[in-house]
Design a protein around this ligand. Structure first.
Ligand SMILES: [Zn+2]
Length: 104
């Protein structure tokens, strides 16, 4: 399938580009991480992760997630071990529910 109109986003774990619909969108809202289903039009800082668990661990390897965008200043959100576990759990739930990609 070839289309010039598929938005491509970059996974913060592996740095590869994927169609937006294949990625997990993580939004920072009120100092909390929210995993957004596709199409939720909330404004704010977002980063994307692909469905690979290795990427989640890579993105969280220092216990923090870095949000950066052209419009905003770089922002680092730190997670303690418990928050990190909870976040991984939520990512798994999201992948099972919304993404068809098998978890390699
Ligand atoms: Zn990735």
């Amino acid at each position: 399938m070839k289309s010039a109109h598929v938005p491509v986003r970059t996974c913060i774990g592996c740095g590869e580009g994927f169609p937006q619909a294949d990625l997990i969108r993580i939004k920072l809202s009120g100092g909390k991480l929210t995993i957004c289903p596709e199409g939720s039009g909330l404004a704010g800082r977002s980063v994307y992760l692909c469905a690979k668990e290795s990427c989640w661990n890579k993105a969280l390897r220092k216990g923090s997630i870095v949000f950066k965008s052209a419009k905003h200043r770089r922002l680092v959100l730190s997670l303690d071990a418990k928050e990190k576990d909870h976040f991984i759990f939520q990512l798994k739930k999201f992948v099972n529910r919304y993404l068809k990609t098998s978890n390699a």
